[in-house]
Ligand binder design. Structure first.
Ligand code: NAD
Ligand code: ZN
Length: 253
């Protein structure tokens, strides 16, 4: 059901949250747009500028690896200066109040952790772009190390231990999903009596399967997104308003 107006939307969402034992948010790029990080699919979003580089290209082409890293460096100013927005702060408040056992996120920007939700309670389906790992041995690298090395050599660095390729700790299109995060997301989803999809176009799979799983398991499904999604007709409450404007009501100090 689409909430008829902003006030009704907030009232109905408050009622659902108050009556719930376990609220599980599922967040996408839309929760971070007010923090200055563009999403993919909104007008002016990243996809309108650059199509993503799939994993097989990263693995097979030195040029693609360099291009991937150059794009990441170009975003660094925005990513490293971004602060949690009203949506992140509201979810952190609800976590402190014991309503939210954990957050399932498609985001890679680390902002749920910065907002105060413990690392172990943030389930990152698509990884994290604030550091890098060797794809072969798993060694961690700071982005500063990668950048310094790139600046010196002019190409994407390889692992000092095993010569493997180094990539941000994110899941590229075509790369396999992280097994532990998928299992944790399933457990959280099945614990939810209210499941809130927030700022996701719900077009990226398998992540988009979690709202469906929650609904099938009997949870009330809330979709908070300024544009319609394919699952609006399945949801118990659909809110087509700005995420920060809606969730700011749930921020407590
Ligand atoms: P998406 O870009 O496909 O969809 C974002 C949705 O959020 C859009 O439908 C848009 O209408 C909505 N939205 C944007 N700002 C909003 C606001 N202020 N209020 C209400 N709605 C708003 O994003 P996605 O579904 O998360 O898929 C993109 C994938 O790309 C993700 O899986 C993620 O891995 C990655 N990504 C991450 C980030 C990040 O970490 N911040 C940013 C871009 C892309
Ligand atoms: Zn290595």
């Amino acid at each position: 059901m689409i909430a008829p107006d902003f006030q009704t939307a907030v009232e109905q969402l408050s009622e659902l949250i108050e009556g719930a034992r376990s609220v599980v948010p599922f967040t996408g790029a839309g929760i971070s747009t007010e923090c200055g990080i563009p999403d993919f699919r909104s007008p002016g979003g990243m996809w309108t500028k650059n199509a993503p580089i799939p994993f097989d290209q990263f693995m097979s082409s030195r040029h693609a690896r360099a291009e991937t890293w150059q794009r990441r460096f170009a975003m660094d100013e925005v990513l490293s200066n971004a602060k949690p927005g009203r949506g992140h702060r509201a979810l952190a408040s609800l976590h402190r109040a014991g309503k939210i056992p954990g957050v399932v996120t498609q985001n890679i920007d680390n902002l749920h952790q910065v907002s105060g939700i413990p690392h172990a309670s943030v389930c990152e389906l698509h990884g994290n772009t604030s550091y890098a790992t060797c794809l072969d041995c798993g060694k961690h690298y700071t982005l500063k190390w990668v950048r310094d090395s790139f600046d010196q050599s002019g190409h994407a660095p390889e692992c000092v231990e095993c010569n493997g390729f180094i990539k941000t700790a994110t899941v590229a299109f075509g790369q396999s999903m992280p097994v532990a995060a998928m299992a944790q997301a399933e457990q959280l989803t099945l614990s939810a009596d209210v499941f809130m999809a927030i700022g996701s176009s719900l077009l990226v799979w398998p992540a988009a399967g979690f709202p469906l799983m929650a609904k099938r398991n009997g949870a009330a499904l809330v979709i908070l997104n300024r544009e319609p999604t394919e699952f609006d007709n399945l949801a118990d409450l659909v809110i087509h308003h700005d995420i920060g404007d809606v969730l700011t009501r749930f921020i407590s100090q």
